[in-house]
Design a protein around this ligand. Structure first.
Ligand SMILES: OC[C@H]1O[C@H](O[C@H]2O[C@H](CO)[C@@H](O)[C@H](O)[C@H]2O)[C@H](O)[C@@H](O)[C@@H]1O
Length: 569
């Protein structure tokens, strides 16, 4: 322990970022995960399974029994002994989040997708709608009575999980789940999800990546305000808005202070403030600890490893885990440098957050807050135009911070520090009002999108680089399709709507064809082949799937489906 403390001390000049300590339970579960890998081997091994298990007895009793397990000469536990320990001392992953029937689910909601006339499409949409019943969960009483035995965090209202190994609520996934729930007319369930996320801000100061003890050290793309605005616009529930507003302001502060805030000075000497992802953690991610240790195994130096762990966790905070977008060398994950990048999408989300808070404050008759956040949004819009916009490409580009250009924490802007690689995220600002209401800009960005190489037969590719990482080519993800399509639609331009409709149809067709082939909705799709699901990354492709279901329903709500149009590939 002393050696580790000395090594940590030695990293201080390079790693000064904050760390939120994890719990003794999570530390034990990681130990169990590592033992399980040694015992059962890599084949079919999912490290997350072990940190999602809960204890049947208190931690010290469990730990003692675990320490007493007979070990071989090389320190590993034989499978029968570990099997015995797991069945005697541990509850299965997922046992603490129990099924609950959503209070507002009806098989055929009144006014459901009024413009879907084709009977086959309608029948499928009703099946997708019925999947809310599969994904609905309530934290069990055991978690409420004995939180110390569970990595699952207690939440008061029911949740929608993404599905499969993702057996807890996730932050940004919830936005598209809510969009689907709104199409399904399940307003109470949608509000309950928001109430849970607001409670996370009250308890932790930010919305967590997901509702697990091992996710407390980072957030995810901040879309809480977008959830609240969309729910308010459908329900006019002002009380709901008033209860959520203080937490939104806390969240805005989280993303605009300390490690998340970056100061960039432009060529005229004006300083702009933008935000970045930065996890409060510099050790292996507990849910993927064995994988992270293996990745870091290529590095020899303790400080380099510590740095990599923060970059891995920060990439997870971005929702894009992992992608060439965050890597200096697209074939080497140890070159991740997430915290040195000012991301386009994060700043678009915060710009939207500022506009949303302003709007919500206005409807709550809090004019001074409304004015304050309207001003903040203008400043961010200017900052995005100056730092991230690239006129020649007609796209916003991630900005890579050059450590050598800093003077007292302010970085000097250089055109060459914009990353000219094409990612779907370069088009996300279109989703926000100040950009999608500018006709010339929309025209320019739409043309850029059409020539970008991202538009494929079955949707928008995440990037142009085929790296084997899941947030890269040829994977397409529902949230990215949705934000770009909705941005084009919101512009009000006829041409942009037609491009949006084309992308949405392709996405619906591929989701449908894959559903018919496999009987399930998928987490991600391969946009090169209609009807194929995606792959790559550190875990096997997952099904269920919250945000994919939500986006299909949202697209069908927006565009409908004519009676005589065939669906599928
Ligand atoms: O277990 C590895 C990682 O898994 C999550 O990331 C992926 O699934 C999430 C849920 O659908 C999604 O929000 C995220 O965009 C995906 O990349 C998790 O969020 C990561 O923190 C975790 O390390």
């Amino acid at each position: 322990e002393e050696v580790v403390a000395q090594e940590k001390q030695a990293c201080l000049p390079t790693d000064t970022g904050p760390v939120i300590p994890t719990t003794p339970l999570v530390i034990f579960l990681e130990k169990l995960q590592e033992t399980a890998l040694n015992t059962y081997g890599h084949k079919g091994f999912d490290p997350k399974l072990y940190v999602d298990m809960s204890l049947r007895f208190n931690l010290s009793e469990t730990h003692e029994a675990f320490n007493k397990l007979p070990r071989t000469d090389n320190g590993s536990v034989l499978a029968p002994h570990l099997n015995g320990f797991l069945s005697e001392y541990m509850n299965a992953a997922g046992d603490d989040l129990v099924y609950v029937e959503p209070v507002d689910f009806v098989a055929q909601p009144a006014g459901f997708l009024p413009n879907v006339d084709n009977l086959e499409v309608r029948a499928w949409a009703l099946e997708v709608h019925s999947l809310w019943k599969n994904l609905s969960r309530q934290v069990s009483d055991q978690v409420l009575d004995h939180p110390d035995l569970h990595s699952l965090l207690p939440l008061a209202s029911p949740v929608m999980i993404p599905g499969s190994r993702f057996r807890e609520v996730y932050y940004w996934d919830s936005y598209w789940v809510i969009r689907g729930l709104l199409a399904s007319k399940m307003y109470e369930t949608a509000k309950g999800i928001v109430t849970n996320l607001v409670s996370l801000i009250e308890n932790f100061g930010h919305v967590l990546n997901g509702a697990r003890a091992y996710y407390t050290n980072r957030s995810q793309p901040p879309l809480l305000s977008a959830m609240i605005v969309d729910i308010y616009n459908r329900t006019s529930d002002l009380d709901f808005v008033r209860k959520s507003l203080p937490s939104l302001i806390t969240e805005h502060n989280f993303w605009n202070s300390g490690i998340h805030r970056m100061n960039i000075q432009d060529s005229q000497g004006k300083t702009h403030y933008l935000s970045r992802y930065y996890a409060m953690w510099n050790e292996p991610r507990p849910e993927s600890s064995t994988i992270d240790k293996e990745t870091a195994g290529k590095l020899s130096n303790f400080c380099e490893k510590q740095h990599l762990y923060r970059e891995l966790a920060s990439a997870a905070e971005s929702g894009w885990d992992f992608s060439s977008r965050w890597m200096r060398n697209a074939s080497d994950l140890t070159t991740l440098c997430t915290t040195s990048i000012i991301p386009v999408d994060l700043n678009a989300f915060i710009l939207k957050m500022e506009l949303d808070i302003s709007y919500l404050a206005h409807v709550s008759q809090d004019e001074s807050t409304a004015e304050h956040f309207a001003e903040a949004s203008k400043a961010r819009q200017t900052a995005m135009n100056t730092v991230l916009w690239n006129e020649e490409m007609g796209q916003w580009l991630d900005y890579w911070i050059d450590a050598n250009s800093s003077s007292q924490g302010t970085y000097k802007w250089k055109a060459s520090d914009q990353n000219q690689s094409v990612f779907a995220s370069n088009f996300i600002p279109l989703w926000t009002q100040p950009f999608n209401s500018d006709d010339d800009l929309v025209d320019k960005v739409s043309k850029s999108l059409q020539h970008s190489g991202l538009l494929r037969d079955a949707g928008i590719a995440t990037s142009l680089a085929n790296t084997g990482q899941q947030w890269d080519f040829p994977n397409g993800w529902a949230p990215l399709q949705h934000m770009i399509v909705e941005g084009l639609v919101k512009s009000g331009s006829k041409e942009a709507r037609s491009l949006a409709e084309d992308i949405a149809m392709k996405w619906i067709n591929t989701n449908y064809a894959a559903y018919k082939k496999t009987g399930t909705m998928h987490e991600k799709y391969d946009v090169e082949k209609c009807g194929a699901f995606g792959g790559g990354g550190e875990y096997v492709p997952q099904t269920g799937f919250g945000w994919s279901n939500g986006v299909v329903l949202a697209f069908l709500e927006e565009f409908g489906w004519p009676e005589d149009l065939k669906i599928g590939c």
